[in-house]
Structure formats: C-alpha cells, structure tokens
Design a protein around this ligand. Structure first.
Ligand code: UD1
Ligand code: CA
Length: 453
C-alpha cells in the first residue's frame, strides 16, 4: 500500500536553553532530525513530510534534501494540529506513519514490526512500559486492544497508575486520519489539539487499535534537555559499539569511544580508549588505534598503527603505515604503504610514496615525496609566499638532512642528499650532495654578556 511518513518537528525545545532549534541539536555528530530521516528512509518511505515551526529557515537550510516535503506549523497548537498541517499532500490511500523529530533512537526494525502488525484498515500506536510514566499519555486498554489515550494532565489517579505509555508514534490510513483530524477539538486541560484523541475516534468507528510495545525505553525516549541529549548520546554510542564488537572489532573499553558518523572496520581491528571517529572512516584489517586519537573522514589501510594523540582528517593510507604519536594528517595527506610519520609532524595535501619516513618535527605541505625517502628532523616545506602556494617534489631515495627548508616551488632529485641546515631554493640534482650553509666561524676571546648591576 505504501508508506507516507510525517515527522513532527515544530516544537521550540525551550528546555534545551539554546539558540539552536531542538531538532538541530547534535547527536552522534548529526542533528536529531537527521536520525529520524535516516530511519524513515531505511523503512522505504515513499514520502516524508516534516512539520516545522521554530527556527524555520535554519532547519530547512540544514536539510536541502530533495525527498523532504515541508509543512509549516506557524503556531504550536498541539500534536493533532501539527499533523493537520501535513495532511494537504498526504495521500488518502497510503499508511501514514507519524514520527517525532526529537525521538531519534527508534530502530527501523521496531517500526517494521509496527507496520506488519497493522492491517489495511487498522490503527497502531507504539507504546512502552516506563519505570516512571509521569508526564506521558497513558494507554488505556480494553482487552488486547487500545481504547484511548489519556494525557497525564487529564488523567485520574487510577489512570496515572498505568505504566504503559504512548510514545507518540502512530500508524493508520491517510483517509481515516484526515477525517478524524478534522473533528479534533481542544477541550482539554492544555487547550491543545491532541493527536491522541484520534484513538477514541477510531474505536468509535469500529477500528481495531493495536498497542505495539517497543522492547526498550531508551529507543523511544524523547529529547527535551541537555541531560536527555547526553543520555541518548551514550545509548546510541553503546549501540554503535555493540554492532562493531559483533563484527569482531575489539575495544579496550566500549564506553570510552565515540563514533560520530560511519566507522567501517576490517578484521581484527583494535581500538584503545578515547578514540573519536567523525564522518566516514574506514579501518583496514588489523588496524590498531592507540589512545586519544581523533580520526575524521579518513581511510586507513591494513595493519596501520596509529599511536597515541594524533589528529587525522581527510587522509588516506596504504598498508602497514605507522603514524604518531602526536602526528597531524590534514586533508589531502595520502600515504602509500609502509610509510612512517612520527611525532610533531604535519602533512597536508601531499603524497608520500612507499617506505618513506618523516619521523620528527616536520611540516610537509603541497608536496610529492617519492619512495624510500628519509626526511630529517625539523624539515619544512616552505609552500606559501604569503599569497600563493607552491609544490615541492622529492625524488625516490632522496635523503633530506635535519633542519632543512625547501622553498617551493622546488625539486629534489632522485637519490639526492641535502645537507643539514640548508635552505634550498633551486632544484637539487639526482644523486648529488647539495647544501647551502654560511661558513662556520669562531670568534676567539668572545665573552658572554654579564648582568648589569
Ligand atoms: C505527546 C503525547 C503523549 C506522549 C508523548 C510522548 C499528545 C497529545 N500527547 O505528549 O501522549 O506520551 O508525546 O513523548 O500527542 N509538536 C509539534 N507541534 C505542536 C506540538 C508538538 O510539532 O503543536 C511536536 C513537538 O516538537 C514534539 C512532539 O510534537 O516533538 C511532542 O510534543 P509535546 O508537546 O512534547 O507532546 P507531549 O505533551 O509530551
Ligand atoms: Ca504538550
């Protein structure tokens, strides 16, 4: 029959105490709403409509995605009113699934179960048993089915004792929903148009209303403040790490790693504490990530070791490379196989071919380094003249002494040796020693200054 998703995301989120609209608050590196959109797409929704209100431009600008239809809810008059805003353009003959922009941890599998349990002309609500149901709408059942939902503020003491609550997620046919929404009123304690009132209308129309229970409370948690946001973050991180452990990835401590994006791992990968992965990261077989590393949008080949305290972004490596401790790989750093990058080395927009070593205190920018090159400590490629950037090329087998400045554009030939302390401004030929140094002098009898009294 097809599925049409409506996501309510108009609320301000006052309790976040933030200038950022609630659904743009970040969870695992993505706005809350992005998680709900991903889930909707995984379900194979034919259409997605987001009801937006607070922070309208900011929210829309963050999601230029072509598959989203936007419905503005100018005033937040309740969840029922919110869904009404989305109904123009929602087809009659499809199942309509209502989700919430601030309920980001729902698993597609839970919703698939909800969809499967719901007959063509039936209604389902997703429920859960809460340890503390205070504040939620309670599920009132008649036998196996749901007869109505009563909001906390409208509930009797007996009803307040019910622990099964409404998550807000609901599924029914568009045609039915349209009719019921048109009949909502706001004669309740909060003066709001309650979406939940459609349940008793469905019952009155003789429909079966299923209450489908979610397995875990955390999956349906709504995020209202920074504390809940942090709880959701930990819950999502635990879920991501569990999935990776099931695939065979080893963690020194599953609670001390953060994945803000997609981390794909080969076999026998080991990740020590305080590793943060952002964006799209892939780690080849046997990669070892030591403690305190940030790795963003990078691909590391097989058996690469990243020692502690590195910052790696937009980099790629071949196999068997050794990086760190304290290395910085910036966007466009491309290391081939068996490359070593040591402490306090920064590499940007540069290629380093097989077996080359850049081990200490060095800046390599806009450079192409051949195979088997040894770059000595304290080497700087001077790639910037204050206005333009230039490239440095170093041939295979070259040896760059310590403390060398390579003023780009400049080329060091194959097998060339550059003497320590040189400032190289002209091409250095293949297989020769090139150096540039003032003559060493000694001033005999020179005295150190003494402190004036
Ligand atoms: C709602 C349910 C309650 C359920 C709870 C689960 C109703 C009447 N009540 O209560 O049964 O237990 O969710 O969290 O539906 N929103 C809009 N426009 C509005 C009002 C709300 O977009 O005019 C959005 C909010 O941004 C939020 C969501 O709908 O994401 C829920 O709204 P909220 O006011 O928090 O609902 P509750 O009163 O908590
Ligand atoms: Ca409310």
């Amino acid at each position: 029959m097809g599925l049409s998703v409506i996501i309510l995301a108009a609320g301000q989120g006052t309790r976040m105490r933030s200038d950022l609209p609630k659904v743009l608050q970040s969870l695992a590196g993505q706005p809350l709403l992005a998680h709900v959109l991903d889930c909707s797409r995984e379900l194979g929704a034919d259409a997605i409509c987001v009801v937006y209100g607070h922070g309208a431009e900011e929210v829309q600008a963050r999601f230029p995605d072509a598959d989203i239809r936007w419905a503005l809810q100018q005033q937040q008059l309740g969840t029922g009113h919110a869904v009404q805003q989305a109904m123009q353009g929602t087809p009659d003959d499809k199942q309509v699934l209502i989700l919430f922009g601030d309920v980001p941890l729902l698993r597609p599998a839970t919703l698939v179960a909800l969809v499967h349990a719901t007959g063509e002309d039936e209604l389902s609500v997703l429920t859960v048993d809460m340890d503390d149901p205070t504040g939620y709408g309670r599920i009132v059942r008649d036998g196996d089915n749901v007869s109505r939902i009563v909001e906390e503020k409208d509930a009797t003491d007996d009803e307040k004792a019910i622990v099964e609550i409404n998550t807000g997620v609901m599924l029914c046919k568009g045609e039915r929903l349209r009719k019921w929404l048109a009949n909502l009123d706001n004669a309740n304690t909060q003066g709001e148009y309650y979406l939940t009132d459609v349940i008793s209308m469905a019952v009155a129309d003789g429909l079966i209303v299923h209450g489908i229970k979610a397995q875990e409370q955390v999956e349906v948690m709504g995020i209202n403040d920074k504390k809940q946001l942090a709880e959701a973050e930990r819950a999502l991180q635990a879920r991501l790490v569990d999935e990776l452990m099931a695939q065979g990835v080893g963690f020194a401590d599953p609670a001390r790693v953060d994945i803000r994006g997609t981390l794909s791992c080969g076999k026998d990968v080991f990740i020590d504490v305080n590793a943060v992965f952002e964006g799209e990261v892939s780690l080849g077989d046997g990669v070892r990530i030591e403690s305190n590393n940030l790795i963003r949008d990078s691909q590391l080949g097989a058996s690469v070791v990243v020692h502690s305290n590195c910052h790696i972004e937009g980099a790629t490596t071949g196999d068997n490379c050794e990086i760190g401790p304290f290395s910085r790989l910036r966007p466009g750093a491309e290391l081939a196989n068996n490359v070593k990058v040591g402490n306090f080395v920064e590499i940007k927009k540069s290629t380093v071919a097989d077996g080359s070593k850049v081990n200490h205190l060095t800046y390599i920018g806009d450079s192409d380094i051949g195979e088997g090159v040894n770059v000595g400590a304290g080497t700087i490629t001077c790639n910037y003249d204050g206005a333009n950037k230039y490239r440095t090329t170093i041939g295979d087998g070259a040896f760059i002494g310590s403390g060398v400045n390579l003023v780009a554009p400049v080329e060091v030939g194959k097998g060339a040796t550059i003497g320590a302390g040189s400032t190289i401004t002209k091409s250095a030929p293949d297989d020769q020693l090139t150096l540039e140094r003032a003559k060493q002098t000694t001033i005999r009898g020179w005295k150190r200054p003494t402190k004036k009294s």
